[in-house]
Design a protein around this ligand. Sequence first.
Ligand SMILES: Cc1cc2nc3c(=O)[nH]c(=O)nc-3n(C[C@H](O)[C@H](O)[C@H](O)COP(=O)(O)OP(=O)(O)OC[C@H]3O[C@@H](n4cnc5c(N)ncnc54)[C@H](O)[C@@H]3O)c2cc1C
Length: 464
Amino acid sequence: MSKVLTALTAALGDAVATDEATLTAHGRDYWARSELLDWLGEPHPLPLAVVTPKSSAEVAEAVRICRAHDTAVVTRGGGSGVCGGVLAGRDQVVLSTRGLTGLVKLDEHNLLATFGAGTMGIDAENAVAAEGFTIGNWPQSIALSTVGGWVATRASGQYSTAYGNTEDLLYDLEAVLPDGSLFRSRATPRAAAGPDLRQLLLGSEGTLGVITEVTFSLRLKAENAVRQAFHFADFAAGIEAMREVLRQGWRPPVVRLYDARESRRHFRETCPEGRAMLIFLHEGPGAQAEVEAQAVAELCAARGGEAADKQTVDDWFAHRNTVPSWRELFEQGLVVDTIEVATDWKRLNSLYEATLARFEAVPGLVAASAHSSHAYRSGANLYFTFALAPERESMVAAYDACWRGAMQAAAELGAGIAHHHGIGRVRRDWLATEIGDAGVDLLRSVKQALDPNDLMNPGVLIPR
Ligand SMILES: Cc1cc2nc3c(=O)[nH]c(=O)nc-3n(C[C@H](O)[C@H](O)[C@H](O)COP(=O)(O)OP(=O)(O)OC[C@H]3O[C@@H](n4cnc5c(N)ncnc54)[C@H](O)[C@@H]3O)c2cc1C
């Protein structure tokens, strides 16, 4: 047994696993490229061990032992990341946060709930829902991801337009830093006392420490909700309606615009061929939802939107978390993935067209489409789906070409390369196009200061 394994086992006992089934289940995340290589018969090697600590103290102990033995630590939550953020090497230890679960504290008076970082999103939401509250974060992967993973990747939920993204919902956090020390951010509703150190961990993807506890600022469950949808002549017309809704100050939790191709795919019954569907969910106390719905309906009608059957939004709710498995698609000869980016309103339609043009230039492309699912006062995201049917030996190259095309399109327009899935391995060499060389140097300096031997999730986030 290696020295690090001996030390980990002596300190943490049965929290350390080395059996093949556990190593296989924890070695990587949902990244389509990893899954594709696996399916093609080129699997990634298994990690050295999986450690599942049951307390922050045990996390600190595991991190200290790995550091003392110069062994890399790959933190894993639910493993639902889609960018290769979890891909542990042969000599690396996976630290699973799934031993840090449950509601630690509910403070109803202050609308605060603290969870172990390894609590699954849906369990966290259900725990507060039972008391009449909501976290308000509904990523499509809510049943597959942990609350710590949400913070580590800056995840976005389907209700973000009203309620915000993870960084807006996070009140405070606790983390074990790369030297094994315990950091707790301040717990105050707002501060003007220097930089906000939560931001170091938000989006850090396991490279700057292990998030062990997360506190969210809650909301009361909405009293009323109204669903409505409108279809537009094309995607650009839908973007304009969306922009106007946000510009006027309305904040429906759900604002989603689908291009004509996706509108046909998702709303065949209610969307006429060639039109772009825009759906809304309005929520709030008293008459707020009705008042907002009425105003939004008038704005949409004035911009050429035609009201669609209410069934449209019901259909979206019924299928909103359904996704096909990569493997089923590979079996059919298809390689599929999604890529989300963001930009301001002025460039949104150009980014849409430029990215689709890049996909269309990739040999083997059979379909490419997009929707926008998160809107802001000054811009929105685009969420692309591409499907390829290449020869077996070209599957990986075609996959890489689509990603390269999307990143190039974003870089050329000065758009954001990642709206919510994070950087992982798939985007890391594009980070400088968004934050510049000076930004990358700053990030490297922070990493060097906290983790001089690059032991926390090496190979992720920071460009080569
Ligand atoms: C079907 C599907 C739908 C999805 N829908 C959405 C969506 O709607 N919105 C969205 O934002 N994302 C979505 N994702 C992506 C993914 O679910 C999110 O990135 C999620 O936040 C990852 O959480 P996780 O617990 O699974 O993290 P993991 O996949 O385990 O890890 C992700 C990264 O975070 C790091 N990490 C995890 N936990 C910690 C921790 N406690 N401390 C430090 N680092 C940590 C890991 O090292 C890794 O780099 C989806 C994924 C799938 C498969």
